[in-house]
Design a protein around this ligand. Sequence first.
Ligand code: DLL
Length: 435
Amino acid sequence: MSNYYQKEIETASREEILKIQNEKIVKQVKHVYENVPYYRNLMDQKGVKPEDIQSVDDIKKLPFLTKDDLREAYPYGLLGTDLKNCVRIQSTSGTTGKRVVAFYTQHDVDIWEECCARAIMAAGGTSDDVCQVSYGYGLFTGGPGLNGGSHKVGCLTLPMSSGNTDRQLQFMMDLNATILCCTPSYAAYLGESLAERGYKPEDNKLKAGIFGAEPWTEEMRRSIEKSLGIKAYDIYGLTETSGPGVSFECEEQTGMHINEDHFYAEIIDPKTGEVLPEGSKGELVFTSLDKEGFPLLRYRTKDICILSRKKCSCGRTHVKMTKPLGRSDDMMIIRGVNVFPSQIEAVLLKEGYTPNYQIVVDRVNNTDTFDIYVEYSPEQFSDKIAVVQAQEKALNGAMRSMLGIGPKIHLVAPKTITRSEGKAVRVIDKRKLHD
Ligand code: DLL
């Protein structure tokens, strides 16, 4: 068993956790009501006053927030404090109206890094470790979050960011990395790349990996564990709530403990908004209990999962969530990047193509493939290979700048994409992302 980070909180009794949550929620709702006019309006519309919230049991009286609210309030409408008190902005990969901009005070950054530190400790991390952080750095929360957590634990931190696989492997081997943090698909790719270069799993010094930001299966876990010779831990989070570290796996590897002293979780019926009892499958909703810069209350994540308070052998008492089992919206996560079909359609129309298209996503050798088939209109149609290739390249570039990743574009003859009789089938996702 690794050292606990903040054992007194992570193993606190249910009563102790509730006491912390109840104290924090009363303060937080008052803070939001006084400082966030957008949310104050929502509360007023619902007829809820801060005094109505005396404990976490009363949270269900509060209005929900959705990504649409974030879009409407973009960029400063949900800010919970003066901008001069904020020290950081992070953002999601999505663009055009789907962008989320989150603000952090130094206190918020500290909480976030503390949550990531707990995840690293739960994966066995100590100040003797060399922690290779291969999530993207920048606006994406993966790199900065795990980087901060690694510092807090006292690991020697390798801030690699994503990409440049040769350099990743060279540093991993030369500098004896013991913990790897990246998306599961990139971990699988690094494993394969080591094998291709003639290394066996036991040739590296890695002992653990902290992988998240996208769905991955138990089979994928086993395959990564085998190829890198490590134990692979899941980590979950979203930009809206800070980033990675909202929840993390312990050695039992049966779900992720939610940091309940900072985030209050509910499961709701995505259709009716009704709060469901423990053990039900539904949409995960988070209330941040002590964030200052971007203090979202009852934020609907659109991630479908199940919560469990079953006793965990690691000793931690915080509630566990399953891996996200799906989404209640149409967001896809492709190579760790959040992609909405509506963004793809917007690019096609802007570039003068028809809205007849099909998106095909698959996972081959643990890496996502991303293809878009787009129909020419009869006027656009060309059978000159050089022309078609140039147009495909241009469209790939336009997609890349909108989405952050480039799909393989296939321009096809008019009327070749099957028309559906009901709703158009725009997305064919062949990946099996959970068990
Ligand atoms: O992906 C934060 C993160 C970074 C988490 C690094 C873990 C590691 P966003 O880009 O805002 O933030 O995307 C959030 O990604 O609503 C889920 O749908 C999905 N997601 C995050 N972690 C997992 C996971 C980061 N472990 C969205 N398993 C969330 C499955 C995940 N899906």
